[in-house]
Design a protein around this ligand. Structure first.
Ligand code: ACO
Ligand code: HSE
Length: 383
């Protein structure tokens, strides 16, 4: 009881400040987990735009990436990607047309934007789960989303679409619930992560866990391993871009904008390059808005994803797909290389599936799915 009161007093206001929960929440009793154990209760934060039709089938489900949230669209700021992460693609007359479709985006379990995650109170103790939160997978996220759409009265999905970890979720939707949707759009994601991508994630996690303020995950939100989280983000930001665009943007220029504090307040060794300042800024921004334990769990879910898990083979899993599949690769993505995305499309086709591959000719690397609006719109319109 004392622990619960302490939680309410200390954690909830911090979480409200740090992670703006948009929209509504849905809570259900129990979710069995792929790696064993279960979560109960489970809350999912979500937003919807547009109107569900009488037959419950004019629905597009949008799935978000690692540090994303349910706020994919902001009707008050149409098209502005600073206000909502897929705003240029969603809205009246846009490619995800809210005049025609009921568009849903939910925050994944494990996150810190309103869904049950490591910062949520563990019902056994009343204290934040921290590292007592169970290991969750992309399949668990999708099963939780499935409970949400049932709750919303959805009978059939016109489309599930997402990029990066959102793309992993979209693919998982297609394989796990094959008769529930017409189309699946997987952007910058593959059937399983490469060793190189797992390696980058692990270095980021090690940076968090090596921070003396991590306390094995038992920090109070707001006072956690900010240095470790910032370093993890700096490393990850390099993987979200490309050598080409970093040369275009930064080259060897000295710092151009206001000096951002470096994560460890290190002395500058002979000045500061612009690219370093940029990374410091991005690291600090993530610390302001994200929880380090959530970062550990979600990046691990990304690593653990393998669409064939639990099936006799990859072919068996992919043969389950019944919907039309659009796979979008990004020419300059080295986290989910375009060749691997193309390979998946070819594999699905070789198994008799309906898969289209489109490659974005973008220099922006992995995060092109969050910036190359014209190319994304054209690809999605064609589909
Ligand atoms: C589903 C999801 O994935 S949701 C999560 C997506 N959001 C994020 O990943 C948040 C981090 N943001 C980003 O990575 C990017 O802003 C993107 C991918 C969303 C968009 O890319 P871009 O438009 O190229 O943005 P860019 O990489 O320039 O970053 C913009 C920020 O960097 C800052 N910045 C840009 N250049 C510099 C520089 N040279 N030095 C210091 N800071 C810089 C900008 O001031 C801006 O800061 P702000 O976010 O505090 O306003
Ligand atoms: N920039 C995205 C990329 C991860 O795939 C995020 O932070 O969620």
């Amino acid at each position: 009881m004392v622990a619960q009161l302490e939680y309410v007093k200390r954690v909830e206001p911090l979480m409200k400040d740090m992670a703006k929960t948009h929209g509504s929440t849905f809570t259900f009793d129990h979710l069995p987990l792929q790696q064993g154990g279960s979560l109960s209760p489970v809350t999912i934060a979500y937003e919807t735009w547009g109107t569900l039709n009488d037959t419950g089938d004019n629905v597009i489900l949008i799935t978000h990436a690692l540090t994303g949230d349910s706020h994919a669209h902001d009707p008050a700021h149409p098209g502005n990607c600073k206000m909502a992460w897929w705003n240029p693609l969603i809205g009246p007359g846009r490619v995800f047309d809210t005049d025609r479709y009921f568009v849903i985006c939910s925050n994944v379990i494990g996150s810190c934007y309103g869904s049950t995650g490591p910062t949520s109170p563990d019902p056994r103790t009343g204290r934040p789960y921290g590292m007592r939160f169970p290991v969750i997978t992309i399949r668990d996220m999708v099963r939780a989303q499935h409970r949400l759409i049932e709750h919303l009265g959805v009978r059939h999905l016109a489309m599930v679409a997402g990029g990066s970890i959102g793309g992993q979720q979209a693919l998982e939707w297609g394989v796990l619930y094959p008769d529930l949707m017409d189309k699946v759009v997987v952007i910058a994601a593959t059937a399983a992560l490469t060793a190189q991508a797992i390696a980058f994630n692990e270095v980021g996690r090690q940076a968090i866990m090596a921070d003396p303020n991590w306390y094995c995950g038992d920090y109070w939100p707001g006072s956690g391993p900010s240095t470790g989280l910032a370093i993890a983000r700096m490393l990850a930001m390099i993987t979200y871009q490309s050598e080409e665009v970093m040369e275009q943007r930064f080259a060897r220029k000295p710092v151009q904008q206001a000096m951002a504090p470096s994560p460890a307040n290190t002395p500058e060794l002979g000045g500061r390059f612009d690219v370093e300042n940029y990374l410091y800024h991005q690291g600090n921004r993530l610390v302001e808005r994200f929880d380090a334990n959530s970062y550990l769990y979600l990046s691990r879910a990304m690593d653990l994803y393998d669409v064939s898990e639990g099936y006799p083979s990859l072919e068996f899993a992919l043969r389950r797909l019944q919907s039309k599949l659009l796979l979008i690769g990004i020419r300059s993505d080295f986290l989910f290389p375009a060749a691997h995305v193309r390979w998946l499309a070819e594999k699905v086709r070789s198994l008799g599936g309906d898969a289209t591959y489109i490659e974005l000719d973008s220099p922006h690397g992995h995060d092109a799915f969050l910036k190359d609006w014209d190319q994304l719109t054209i690809a999605l319109q064609q589909f």
